[in-house]
Design a protein around this ligand. Structure first.
Ligand SMILES: NC(=O)c1ccc[n+]([C@@H]2O[C@H](COP(=O)([O-])OP(=O)(O)OC[C@H]3O[C@@H](n4cnc5c(N)ncnc54)[C@H](O)[C@@H]3O)[C@@H](O)[C@H]2O)c1
Length: 461
C-alpha cells in the first residue's frame, strides 16, 4: 500500500463480518479508522491485547492484531457514534439487516445509526459529512436515511448542515473476505453529488492502485444511489437464481435418467453461461442469499411489480431440503428413532457461520420425523440446535448411524481415503450416504460399501 496518499478519517459502524473486514482493510490501506460497536462483550474482546476477533475469517485475526499493535493511531475501537462523527469525514454503516417476519429487510438498526449520526452532527456542528450504506439494503433506503437525518437536523434547527448519503454495497464472500475486499472485481458507488464521488475515490484510491498491475485493476462504477442499491440485491438474487435453476434441472435429471454433473458441465462450457454457481445440491444458505432474495421480492411487491421468479427461486431452494428427507425415507422407510449423521453444519466450507445454514433446515425436518441427530463439522464447535449431539470427527458421527447426510462440502470430506471411508461404512448401522453436494464419486462410494445417493446423479454411475 502507498501510505503517502492523503488519508481519510473514517468511522465504521458495526464490527461484524463486513464492518471488521472493511475497517481493517481501510486502515491497512492507510486511512485512519475508528470502529464503533455497541455489543459490549464483542467490543471488550476487540479491545483486549491481543484483540479477540469474534468471527472465523482467514487472515482477519492476524490483520486486526497487526493493526492494533503496529498502527494503533490508525485503528481503534469505541462504542460512541457521537465521538467518532465529531472526528471523522465519513461513516460506513455496516450493521445487520436481518430478514423481517414477512420477508422484508429489517432496517431498524440502519435507522437507529442514521439517527445517531444526525444527532452527532448536531452536537459537533460538522459539515459535509458522508454517510455510506455498506449494509445490504433494499432500493430507496438511501432516501429513507436522508429523510431520517433531515428530520433530526430540523428538530434541532440545524437544517442547513450539509451531508451526503452514498450507497457502497459490499460483495465480499465469507472465507475469502480479505482478498475480496483488497482485490475486488468491482467497486460500486452510488452518489448524490460529485463531491460524494470524489470522497469515495479518495477512500478506495490506495486499494485500486495496489491492484493496478494492468490485469486486475478493479473497475469503480459511479452511479446513483438507487442503482447501486439495486446492483447488490440483483446480483445476489441472480446468483441464487443460478443455484435454484440447476437444482430444478437436477430434479429433472433424476426423473429422466440424466446426470446433472454432465449437464452442468455442458452448460458451463458456453462462455455466455460459464461454470459458476451451477452445482446441484441441498441449495443455498448463509446470512445473505436467503434474506436478500426475500427482501428483493418484498420491495418489488411494494414497488408494484411483484418479481414472482424470485419467489420460485426460494421455493425451489426449500424443496431441496425436503428432497433430502425424501431420499432418506426411500432408503430407510420410517425415520422415527433412526440416527442420522450430519456431515457439515456451517453454511459453506471455511467458515463457522451457521446463519441460514441448510443443515439447520434439514435437522429441523428430520427432528419433526422423530429422527435422532448426530453431527460433525470441522469448524463449528457450539451446540447449534436442540438435541443435536456434536461429535469430534466424521467417523465418530458415523458410528452406529443409519445414514450420513453430507451437507457442507468441506475439503476434509473430499479427501477421506478409501481406507477411512471403508471403516466409516463398516461402523454404520446401515451404510446409507446422501451426498448433498455431489462431493464424492458415486462409483467409488458404492465400491467402498455405501448405498450412495447424490442430487440429480444417475443411479447406475
Ligand atoms: N456477511 C457477509 O458475508 C456479507 C457480505 C456482504 C454484505 N453483507 C451485509 O452487510 C451487513 C452486515 O453483515 P454482517 O455479516 O457484518 O453482520 P453482523 O451481524 O455480523 O454485524 C453487525 C454488527 O453491527 C453491530 N451493531 C448493530 N447496531 C449497532 C449500533 N447501533 N452501533 C454499533 N454497532 C452496531 C452488531 O453488534 C454487530 O457486531 C448486512 O446488511 C449484510 O447483509 C454481509
Amino acid at each position: 500500500m502507498d501510505l503517502t496518499e492523503p488519508s481519510t478519517r473514517i468511522s465504521v459502524i458495526g464490527a461484524g463480518h463486513v464492518g471488521l473486514v472493511t475497517g481493517a482493510c481501510l486502515a491497512q490501506a492507510g486511512h485512519i479508522v475508528t470502529m464503533v460497536e455497541n455489543d459490549s462483550a464483542r467490543l471488550a474482546g476487540l479491545r483486549q491485547s491481543p484483540p479477540n476477533v469474534p468471527i472465523y475469517e482467514p487472515g482477519l485475526q492476524q490483520l486486526v492484531e497487526h493493526l492494533c499493535l503496529e498502527a494503533p493511531e490508525r485503528f481503534r475501537f469505541t462504542d460512541s457514534i457521537r465521538e467518532v462523527v465529531a472526528d471523522s469525514e465519513a461513516a460506513f454503516i455496516c450493521v445487520g439487516t436481518p430478514q423481517g417476519e414477512t420477508g422484508e429487510a429489517n432496517l431498524f438498526y440502519v435507522e437507529r445509526v442514521a439517527t445517531e449520526i444526525a444527532e452527532a452532527l448536531v452536537a459537533s456542528g460538522r459539515e459535509h459529512f458522508v454517510v455510506i450504506e455498506k449494509s445490504t439494503v433494499p432500493v430507496r433506503t438511501g432516501e429513507a436515511v436522508r429523510r431520517t437525518m433531515e428530520r433530526v437536523l430540523r428538530r434541532h434547527g440545524k437544517d442547513e448542515l450539509p451531508f451526503e448519503v452514498v450507497s457502497n454495497p459490499e460483495f465480499l464472500a465469507e472465507g475469502t473476505a480479505l482478498r475480496d475486499f483488497m482485490s475486488p472485481d468491482r467497486i460500486v458507488v452510488g452518489v448524490e453529488s460529485t463531491s460524494g464521488a470524489e470522497m469515495m475515490r479518495r477512500i478506495y484510491e490506495p486499494i485500486i492502485k495496489s491492484n493496478a498491475d494492468g490485469k486486475s485493476e478493479p473497475e469503480i462504477l459511479i452511479t446513483d444511489v438507487q442503482s447501486a442499491e439495486l446492483i447488490k440485491h440483483a446480483s445476489n438474487s441472480f446468483l441464487a437464481l443460478r443455484i435454484s435453476f440447476i437444482n430444478a434441472v437436477a430434479n429433472i435429471c433424476e426423473r429422466a435418467g440424466a446426470d446433472i454433473r454432465e449437464v452442468a458441465r455442458g452448460m458451463g462450457l458456453d462462455p455466455r453461461i460459464g461454470p459458476h454457481f451451477l452445482k446441484a445440491g441441498v441449495g443455498f444458505g448463509g446470512y445473505c442469499f436467503p434474506k436478500d432474495v426475500a427482501a428483493f421480492y418484498h420491495i418489488s411487491k411494494e414497488l408494484g411489480y411483484p418479481f414472482e421468479l424470485l419467489k420460485n427461486v426460494l421455493e425451489i431452494n426449500e424443496g431441496q431440503r425436503i428432497l433430502v428427507i425424501d431420499k432418506l425415507r426411500s432408503a430407510l422407510w420410517n425415520l422415527k428413532g433412526k440416527t442420522i449423521a450430519i456431515w457439515g453444519l456451517a453454511f459453506k466450507p471455511n467458515t463457522e457461520d451457521m446463519r441460514g445454514a441448510p443443515a439447520l433446515d434439514i435437522i429441523h425436518l428430520l427432528q419433526q420425523e422423530g429422527a435422532l441427530i448426530v453431527a460433525y463439522d470441522p469448524a463449528v464447535t457450539n451446540v447449534i440446535a436442540e438435541a443435536v449431539e456434536l461429535k469430534d470427527s466424521a467417523l465418530a458421527a458415523a458410528e452406529g448411524a443409519d445414514a450420513i447426510v453430507l451437507v457442507t462440502e468441506w475439503k476434509e470430506f473430499a479427501e477421506l481415503s478409501d481406507e477411512s471411508l471403508k471403516s466409516i461404512a463398516t461402523a454404520m448401522a446401515y451404510p446409507v450416504f446422501i451426498d448433498g453436494r455431489n462431493l464424492l464419486e458415486p462409483e467409488r462410494m458404492r465400491n467402498l460399501g455405501f448405498e450412495y445417493h447424490g442430487i440429480g446423479v444417475r443411479r447406475n454411475t
